[in-house]
Design a protein around this ligand. Structure first.
Ligand code: DON
Length: 556
């Protein structure tokens, strides 16, 4: 019996492995014992290390990292964007919302008589930026070093210049047809040819704006020649924002959405992000369907993950900015709503939930970014920032050369039609003056008995939610280390279109054909780009960045 049992076991193992997604060769996470950072640029890591050596805390590091990205990575880091942060300082976990707001002159039917792409390209796509106010609020509440000192390195990088990377060149060239005149003048050479990787880009005008910010705090952005510059540059091209919109901009401190799962508490972004609500529903579905018992990355596990994602995303259409819309959070995450849907999930057949529409799949996008900072005591900041599209609206202000977002496209600009991420959105997300558009950004912190376990966030439109979730799920449920969790294959489903997207980087023909047999419409596709830090049981910080894009982890 024994001798027959061995080959049977090994055959079974071979079968299971062949049905699992191929997992790439993995690096080990970067380890540190004081403060660690995982960010999309090695320059940001270098600046972070200097701030740590000067005695800065996680809030100081976060401010300096984003200001560095504003100089080196304007396509997603510019001061013309917005974002969210999940923050744990001491015991308390809070969410900071510095998302863009709709200008006063806009409203639910604002885009009706405008060009089809007015919410994506040009001055009407721009929401009132929130980055400068967000960083200032974070600094005021938790910063240790002086504000002035945090701007020193970014100003130096803008004035003296930095060598552009291959990614910088690619993303900048891609936006050339959409840029206004000032965009071309800032990011291309005098003869309008592109910079080559390794050439030095200096941004003296941006440095002047940063100096104003350094001297006057957030007022140096919102009530200064910087805001005048943005308002006048956009009005000249037909934009509707006013100085009053800048005067009225303010950030919000919000209470995270939390859910317990597998002995951990997951702290997630509340509306205006959809992430906390969608992920809470997802967690409940995984519990009901007992998904953590399935073999990690097997076709069966991916089938159940895909079905759960499909159902969880279905409720996203009911969400919007909480200052303007009553979000049915309790209902969308309740057993009353989820149990009957979970009951319909079959082992062998993909569930057909009535689709609301079935429009084309969005193209790869790389215009948001995330970074994570954690110290040995578990103080953590996960910050996700975005311009929405690549260089946002592709509008750049004339005097200070600030690249501006196109976050207006995250609203329901045309009911029933998908936005640039293929999302069909609901009435709670109609455009209204001073409102913030619904988001998928998901800075997330996990704790166990009140102690920090992990911080994680990602870029990638609605794929942020699935990438962040699968990264922490692989750590706490599959038992992977943080690097393996980040590099592992992922799937994505957002309810509409009714397609199970699988990782184009790491696919397994066997698993894909098994999933097809269950009735899934399968499509190889890009996934979100994440980074994360784990505070392990020995008290060591383990940080890693998604190999799908440029990025790094470091610290001390
Ligand atoms: O807030 C959101 O959900 C989108 N504006 C995020 C866009 C994004 O992640 C683009 N890039 N990768």
């Amino acid at each position: 019996m024994q001798s027959q049992g061995v080959p049977m076991k090994s055959q079974l193992l071979t079968l299971v492995l062949s049905l699992c997604f191929f997992t790439p060769a993995l690096a080990i996470p970067e380890k540190g014992h004081k403060i660690m950072v995982a960010a999309p640029s090695h320059r940001a890591i270098e600046v972070a290390q200097k701030v740590i050596l000067r005695g800065g805390n996680v809030a100081d590091v976060a401010v300096a990292v984003e200001l560095t990205l504003a100089v080196t990575s304007p396509y997603y880091g510019s001061l013309g964007g917005g974002g969210f942060a999940m923050i744990k300082m001491g015991e308390q976990v809070e969410a900071l919302d510095f998302r863009e707001k709709a200008p006063t002159a806009t409203g639910p039917s604002f885009y009706k008589d405008k060009e089809a792409k007015a919410s994506i390209n040009g001055p009407l796509a721009v929401g009132i930026p929130g980055i400068a106010a967000g960083l200032w609020a974070l600094h005021k509440k938790y910063g240790k070093l002086s504000w002035r000192s945090l701007l020193k390195e970014p100003i130096k990088l803008a004035e003296n210049g930095f060598r552009v990377s291959g990614d910088w060149v690619k993303l900048t060239k891609r936006t050339k047809p959409r840029f206004n005149e000032s965009g071309i003048q800032s990011f291309f050479k005098k003869d309008q040819s592109s910079y080559k990787p390794g050439e030095v880009l200096k941004q003296p005008r941006l440095a002047k704006a940063l100096r104003l910010l350094q001297k006057r705090g957030h007022k140096g952005f919102y009530q200064s020649s910087v805001s005048t510059d943005i308002v006048e540059s956009m009005q000249k091209l037909g934009g509707v924002m006013t100085q009053k919109d800048f005067d009225d901009y303010s950030v919000r401190w919000l209470k995270p959405v939390t859910r317990d799962f597998l002995g951990h508490t997951v702290h997630m972004m509340p509306p205006p992000s959809s992430s906390g609500v969608v992920t809470s529903a997802l967690i409940r579905l995984l519990e009901i369907l007992e998904v953590p018992k399935k073999t990690p990355l097997s076709a069966e596990e991916l089938h159940y993950l895909g079905e759960s994602l499909k159902i969880a995303f279905r409720g996203r259409t009911e969400l919007g900015d909480p200052d303007f819309h009553k979000n049915p959070i309790a209902y969308l995450t309740s057993d009353e709503y989820l149990k009957p849907l979970a009951k319909k999930v079959r082992k062998k057949r993909s569930l057909k939930l009535k689709p609301l529409s079935s429009k084309q799949i969005p193209k790869q996008s790389s215009e948001t970014t995330n970074f994570t900072v954690m110290d040995k005591d578990g103080n953590t900041i996960v910050m996700t920032i975005t311009l929405n599209g690549n260089y946002g609206s592709a509008m750049v202000s004339d005097r200070y050369r600030i690249a501006l977002n196109n976050e207006m496209d995250d609203f329901t600009t045309r009911p029933g039609k998908p936005n640039m991420f293929g999302l069909v959105q609901g009435a709670g997300n109609y455009v209204q003056a001073g409102k913030r558009p619904l988001s998928s950004m998901s800075p997330t912190i996990l704790t166990k008995n009140g102690k920090t376990v992990m911080g994680v966030g990602a870029a990638g439109g609605p794929r942020i939610i699935t990438s962040v979730f699968q990264t922490w799920y692989r750590v706490i449920s599959s038992g992977f280390d943080v690097d393996k969790a980040l590099q592992s294959p992922r799937v994505h489903h957002q309810f509409l279109p009714n397609t199970l997207f699988y990782d184009e980087v790491y696919n397994s023909p066997d698993a894909v054909s098994l999933l097809k047999k269950k009735g899934h419409t399968m499509k190889a596709s890009w996934m979100g780009k994440a980074n994360a830090i784990v505070l392990n049981k020995e008290g060591l910080l383990e940080a890693a960045h998604d190999s799908r894009v440029e990025g790094s982890a470091g610290g001390i």
